[in-house]
Design a protein around this ligand. Structure first.
Ligand code: GLU
Length: 601
């Protein structure tokens, strides 16, 4: 089931409300943390009752918790938290991007999803990333920082749809804390400073971005206060006038203008290719409501995001493959070997079959079927790693399936952010949102305080008609985002998600395996060292994973690439007694924040 919502169904707001949006009159306050104010508490894990929020950021989690404390539900808190992440994590998320929102309604027992993915403009053709001068694809790095890579943003439309369908609060109320936060500012931490420094050269190429994120020509200093008055003004306008302010009228014109004609510094060497977005593309943007993916794993119901994300089908297929083994009874290296093999096979299938279902026939039911996964498990050798890449399985796979495969280049990036929320009624949200690469396209809408995404680089550039993920006008690029809700007997048990490009899929799978099969608590499952096998010759792994397991996994034939940090999980568990554990990262990305309304004594 897919139904479309017109983003213009904004719940009535009158211009007179402008007065109450003056910063001093904000009812739901942001935690004070700018210079001279105490920073909000930032435990990575909290346990208790009454509602829980987990995200990568202390300010954002605190804002979401405040909404829950005041009686808002999970959808309300998720929108408020996401808006705050757009302020404090502007390189990962914000109104210039898109994402996927998964909602569990405890009263009906239903899981619903909102696909707020960015879309290709209506005038963008399949050869858009091919250089007409050479007939070859543009270099990936050059395509990233360009108008060409900017998809029509879906984030604001997602917030509006989530509140309309599931929430109890207005968008105006849920934006207020972020308006205040952008005005007062937040403390620059090591992660924000390092992300700015890593992007300094390309940010400097775009004057509007340099002005905002490189004050005095350099990244803001750790410990300084970063304010974004332009973003505060933009959010205030949207709060007062509704999302039409963004999707129609002056702001839409400004977005289309900068995409079509990126404004670069005369000294910049970036090609900054122009894009195709028009004001009509923004006016026509629609989110999609669709059924979640669902599989059963060890008696639990695992719900995820259906295509256009490959998250739900690929996490689902990986777990279905692992269902063939009694992992709890295995030694950890043996379980990890099976995990690496399961995800490699699932990635072969996602690369072959998953794209935007509005344009390609995606065999979602087959990819999620236990029979299909069993045919994959059948060729996995419990004692030896398969030669990568493995081939996709034919869709009528039965028995054992083996074949040769060609190599797929993985160009997805590692930005993005995820938040998890459970409220006092047991409703839950898993929401992953992104502007794609850290810093997105590098292009800020001048004077508006937010970056535009580079999501269209998630398409494959070569227009091979057999590839489900080539550019087409109006199409959504395939995603790996995997917001996941696990139910136990109809009640929410786990809410999980992560950033990390294509490693999102393996991270969510690994955290669930750690928790469900390997005897870890949720905080342990989140903190445990990670590895990611996405059907490539080398396994990506963290240094701690290599230290712990490389010597035991190498004899299987697994080969490891250079160590790198993987993911930044924000998760929640609710046990059978209703005790909630909000678990964010203790260390990765500078540590996240998990909060509960009523801490357990
Ligand atoms: N663009 C990626 C996706 O949709 C996410 C980017 C990331 O996590 O860094 O899958």
């Amino acid at each position: 089931m897919v139904h479309v919502t017109h983003r213009s169904a904004f719940r009535g707001l009158s211009l007179a409300l402008g007065a109450v949006l003056a910063v001093g009159a904000v009812a739901v306050g942001a935690p004070a943390s700018a210079a001279g104010r105490p920073a909000p508490p930032a435990p990575s894990t909290s346990t208790g009752f009454g509602g829980a929020v987990s995200s990568v950021d202390a300010e954002a989690s605190a804002i979401g918790l405040e909404v829950l404390r005041k009686g808002g539900n999970a959808a309300d808190a998720a929108v408020a938290t996401a808006a705050a992440l757009g302020v404090t994590e502007p390189y990962s998320a914000g109104i210039g991007g898109g994402g996927y929102f998964v909602y569990f309604d405890a009263a009906t027992g239903e899981v619903t999803t909102i696909d707020g993915r960015e879309t290709a403009p209506a005038e963008m053709q399949s050869d858009a990333f091919i250089d007409p001068a050479t007939g070859l694809p543009y270099p990936f790095a050059a395509a990233v920082s360009s108008g060409l890579s900017v998809g029509v943003p879906g984030t604001l439309a997602t917030w509006e749809a989530a509140l309309d369908e599931f929430g109890t609060e207005s968008l105006k109320e849920m934006l207020k804390p972020s308006i205040l936060l952008a005005t007062r500012g937040f403390r620059v931490d090591e992660t924000f400073a390092a992300q700015t420094a890593a992007n300094q050269a390309r940010f400097a190429a775009f004057p509007a971005t340099a002005e905002l994120f490189l004050p005095n020509g350099a990244p803001p200093e750790v410990g300084s206060t970063f304010t974004n008055p332009d973003l505060a003004t933009t959010l205030r306008e949207i709060a007062v006038h509704g999302t039409d302010r963004f999707y129609e009228g002056a702001l839409a014109d400004e977005i289309a203008a900068i995409v079509q004609d990126p404004e670069t510094d005369p000294a910049a060497t970036l090609p900054a290719f122009p894009g195709f977005m028009t004001p009509d593309d923004l006016a026509d943007y629609e989110v999609l409501f669709q059924d979640p993916t669902r599989i059963e794993y060890r008696g639990l119901d695992v719900y995820g995001m259906a295509p256009s994300s490959s998250g739900g089908t690929t996490v689902g297929e990986s777990l279905n493959i692992l269902e063939n083994y009694d992992l709890a009874a295995e030694e950890v290296p043996q379980a990890l070997h099976l995990y690496l093999e399961a995800t490699a096979h699932a990635f072969a299938d996602r690369n072959a079959y998953v794209g935007d279902p509005a344009f390609v026939d995606v065999p979602t039911a087959t990819l999620l079927s236990q029979d299909f996964a069993d045919a994959r498990a059948c060729v996995i050798d419990p004692d030896a790693a398969s030669v990568k890449p493995v081939a996709p399985a034919p869709l009528d796979a039965a028995g054992c399936v083996t074949a040769a495969a060609e190599v797929d280049v993985d160009t997805e990036n590692i930005s993005t952010t995820h938040l998890s929320v459970v409220d006092q009624w047991g409703n839950a949200v898993a929401y992953t949102l992104t502007i794609e690469q850290t810093g997105g396209s590098g292009m800020t809408v001048p004077g508006r305080g937010f970056l535009l995404n580079n999501e269209l680089t998630d398409f494959n550039f070569v227009p091979n008609p057999a590839d489900p993920n080539i550019v087409e006008p109006g199409k959504r690029p395939r995603s790996s985002m995997s917001p996941t809700i696990v139910l136990d007997g109809g009640d929410v048990r786990f809410v999980v998600g992560s950033p990390g490009g294509s490693t999102i899929i393996t991270t969510v799978t690994q955290v669930l395996m750690n928790r469900i099969d390997l005897g870890m608590t949720l905080p342990e499952a989140v903190a445990a060292p990670r590895a990611s096998q996405r059907n490539t010759a080398n396994v990506s792994a963290e240094q701690a994973f290599l230290d712990a397991y490389a010597s035991e996994l190498t004899p299987y034939g697994h080969r490891f690439g250079n160590p790198a940090e993987i993911g930044a999980v924000a998760a929640i568990e609710v046990d059978a007694d209703g005790l909630m554990t909000a678990a964010a990262e203790p260390v990765r990305r500078g540590g996240g924040t998990g909060l509960v309304v009523q801490p357990a004594p």
